[in-house]
Design a binder for this molecule. Structure first.
Ligand code: PBG
Length: 320
């Protein structure tokens, strides 16, 4: 390689045209998924606009607006009116997500409707599985998680996204979907989901903070990356179609490691805390939200993510 002064890397940075033509990573709305919270009534969120919630009646208007902006993909989260020990709202045919899917499916045939499959928003204790003797019972939880996934497929989901981190859940969901006549429904597995402080705003929005203990007994230790590859490997073996790393920004090395080791599409979840930090700093005038968000989202793509779930998706549509 020749060196200075023959080589001057600044040459290709001199004008916008030069910078644009050599750019390695680009953002496209096609790769983004917008989270939507569905609850018994609509409620806006002033500080974190993407984290407001919609009633089943109001939701179609929001999806229509998203479609008009060029956003096709959404992931639905349910905030049920009632919670119980067995998370019955999660797999209830008349549950909020099931009703929302039915309200959207026929009206928006082109929309890509993903659903988060977990019990934590529906359990009275806020854990992602069934509690027995103060412990989260893995195998007993699988049945309810699989049942939830099937009920979403029945109501019209295009893909289901298990986010509970129980062992064996992808196999259980795959088997249940196949048995119930949904062999074509893909599974987007939250494979490497870390026990993260960055879920704070989500838990407030979804009222899903655990009432005792924490999630470290099932979500991953932030210190581990080799273990993430084992999680992904198991999910692939059990039938995952897409694997996900979550959160995104503090785990770019994990996204990169998964990208290099596997050929499946890799998703990254740019979580609520990542969004909230930038929003809060921007509100104080400490940074420019648009620039910071575009930089963060570009970094997630550069690390190797094929698709990104982000609360900025709606604003991104206006920025691109
Ligand atoms: C459900 C779930 C959570 C998130 C997505 N699915 C919360 C959690 O695990 O506590 C977090 C998303 C976010 O912070 O944006 N288990």
């Amino acid at each position: 390689m020749s060196s200075f002064p023959a080589t001057r890397l600044r040459r290709l940075r001199r004008t916008r045209g030069l910078r644009d033509i050599v750019r390695e990573t680009r953002l496209s709305l096609d790769d983004f998924v917008y989270p939507l919270f569905v609850g018994p009534s609509s409620q806006s969120n002033v500080d974190l606009p993407a984290m407001g919630r919609f009633s089943v009646d109001d939701l179609p208007r929001e999806v229509e607006d998203l479609q008009a902006r060029g956003i096709r993909s959404v992931i639905l989260f349910g905030i049920p009116g009632d919670k119980d020990e067995d998370a019955s709202g999660a797999y209830d045919e008349e549950g909020v997500v099931q009703l929302a899917l039915r309200a959207l499916r026929d009206r928006f045939p082109e929309a890509l409707l993903l659903t988060d499959v977990c019990l934590c928003e529906y359990t009275s204790h806020g854990h992602c599985g069934v509690v027995r003797d103060g412990e989260i019972d893995n195998d007993e939880s699988l049945e309810l998680i699989a049942r939830t996934a099937v009920s979403h497929a029945e109501a019209g989901a295009d893909a289901v996204c298990p986010s509970d981190m129980m062992d064996g859940r992808i196999g259980a969901v795959r088997e249940a979907l196949d048995d119930e006549g949904f062999p074509e429904t893909p599974i987007v597995a939250y494979s490497a989901k870390y026990a993260s402080a960055f879920y704070g705003p989500f838990r407030e929005a979804a009222e899903s903070a655990p009432s005792f203990g924490d999630r470290r007994g099932y979500q991953m230790d932030p210190a581990n990356v080799r273990e993430a590859l084992r999680e992904v490997e198991l999910d692939v073996a059990e039938g995952a179609d897409v694997v996900m790393v979550k959160p995104a920004l503090p785990y770019l090395d994990v996204i990169r490691a998964v990208r290099e080791e596997f050929d499946l599409p890799v998703a990254a979840y740019n979580v609520s805390g990542e969004y909230a930090m930038v929003k809060a700093a921007a509100a104080r005038g400490w940074l420019d939200e648009r620039q910071a968000a575009l930089e963060a989202l570009t970094a997630i793509k550069r690390a190797g993510a094929d698709l990104v779930i982000s609360y900025w998706t709606k604003e991104l549509a206006g920025w691109l």
